[in-house]
Design a protein around this ligand. Structure first.
Ligand SMILES: Cc1ncc(COP(=O)(O)O)c(C=O)c1O
Length: 435
């Protein structure tokens, strides 16, 4: 993207300067601090009398002390005027996620589902096309199959391989979409190859990094992704108590072949254009607001994410190895297993372990689920408690049978999100339920 500074009016330059300053204030992407340190310090100001954590600002509106201040804020949206547009608690959470993903900017929204919708709409409009891998969260498949076609946006869902993604690209493809670790097959997206395929024809790559746990297991932007979405409901919040989502963008992306981004928009916002449009669309126009109370809980959850996932990943690996040897279990999908077809890709893209989720097949899921005594049946992930679900009848239940099978969901599949309980208790619970 080329910017011709000589063609900027003084007011445009001033606006650009204020926006860049705002980005610098809220971004810790250049930080060399470790994940654990960023998780507890990012988003918190320093100063006498300033709280040591992120405070809740449960306000709809914020004051201005002059007409000029009000006019400036409505031009730049860099401070706080009205909580649909920007709330200080949400802004602090956004700064924290930006730091943890090594990103450029983040907008937080009400749920992971709304984050996905906002991310797609930020680069696609009627007549555009998306290529997505098929092992996705069922709600995302629903967006691609049922909601986006209403708006004239089509999607092709393909197996999670570079060959299939490349073959599905069309001249009007604006977006390639994959999950870091697929749901529930635990397959790994070849992120850097997908980025190359997308960028070759001016499309962007969006990664749903929910299972990559806000940069702890994977930072897709480091591998060439342009947009990262999260369901913050999962490992970020971490205790199964609150819903939230985020859309995060990297520093570099080429929008020059996307007609939504007119020359004047690119000129006005420079490489902030994508971030600007996402905030404008998701917050201001669509009102997908994350409540400050939820932002506070998610920010708190992020502070212990590394500790929880370190434990959960170690337990998950031990349980996957145990299940793989168990005579009553036929298939175990977990990228940490050496036998996994995705182990090599997992070693390339994941750090700090292989995550807390696996799926496996048992002969009689109903019997197995009803016999569990500690592990609970609930459709969530990333809770501090271990949870299981039967994807065939629940999370993926509304999908056509062929789509479910394409996502490696069978009537025998069980998905388990491992919590922080002791390994021996979890293993004993599973063992007795399998007897
Ligand atoms: C990978 C993934 N993406 C997105 C979502 C949607 O998130 P939410 O439930 O917060 O809307 C989920 C929910 O389970 C998910 O697992």
């Amino acid at each position: 993207m080329f910017l011709h500074h000589s063609s900027f009016s003084p007011s445009r330059l001033a606006l650009l300067a204020r926006t860049i300053q705002y980005m610098a204030d809220t971004t810790t992407s250049q930080s060399t601090l470790a994940y654990d340190t960023l998780a507890v310090h990012s988003g918190i100001e320093r100063g006498t009398g300033v709280g040591v954590g992120i405070p809740i600002q449960q306000m709809a509106a914020f004051q201005f002390d002059s007409l000029q201040a009000a006019a400036d804020e409505f031009q730049t949206n860099t401070g706080s005027s009205y909580s649909r547009i920007q709330n200080p608690t949400v802004k602090a959470l956004e700064a924290r996620i930006t730091a943890l993903e090594g990103a450029h900017d983040t907008v937080c929204v009400a749920s992971g589902q709304s984050a996905s919708f906002a991310a797609i709409l930020s680069v696609c409009r009627s007549g555009d096309h998306v290529v997505a891998t098929s092992s996705l969260f069922g709600g995302t498949v629903g967006l691609f199959n049922n909601v986006l076609p209403l708006m004239g946006i089509t999607a092709t869902l393909v197996p999670n391989t570079p060959e299939a993604v490349r073959a599905a690209m069309q001249p009007n493809t604006r977006l390639v979409w994959a999950e870091t670790i697929g749901n529930p097959a635990a397959d790994i997206a070849d992120i850097s190859t997908y980025a190359e395929i997308a960028h070759m024809q001016g499309a962007l790559l969006c990664i749903d990094n929910t299972w990559g746990a806000v940069g702890y297991l994977c930072r897709p932007l480091n591998f060439g992704a342009d947009i990262v979405v999260h369901s913050l409901t999962k490992w970020a919040a971490g205790h199964g108590s609150v819903l939230g989502g985020s859309v995060t963008v990297g520093q570099q992306h080429d929008l020059s072949r996307n007609s939504i981004y007119s020359e004047s928009l690119l000129e006005l916002h420079g490489n902030q254009a994508l971030a600007w449009r996402q905030r404008w669309l998701a917050a201001s126009q669509l009102g997908m607001v994350l409540p400050p109370q939820s932002a506070y809980q998610i920010a708190l959850g992020l502070e212990t994410l590394a500790l929880r996932l370190e434990r959960e990943s170690a337990t998950a690996l031990a349980l996957a190895e145990f299940l793989e040897q168990h005579p009553s279990v036929s298939t175990v999908n977990y990228p940490g297993l050496i036998s996994s077809a995705y182990h090599t890709l997992a070693q390339k893209y994941l750090s700090n372990g292989y995550g807390a989720v696996m799926s496996f097949e048992v002969a009689d899921p109903q019997r197995f689920l009803s016999r569990l005594k500690i592990i609970r049946m609930a459709p969530n992930l990333g809770d501090s408690r271990s949870l299981v679900v039967h994807p065939w009848t629940t999370t993926h239940g509304r999908m056509p049978e062929a789509s479910r099978r394409a996502a490696s969901v069978t009537p025998q599949s069980i998905r388990m999100s491992v919590g922080v309980e002791s390994l021996s208790d979890l293993q004993a619970d599973i063992d007795q339920a399998l007897q």
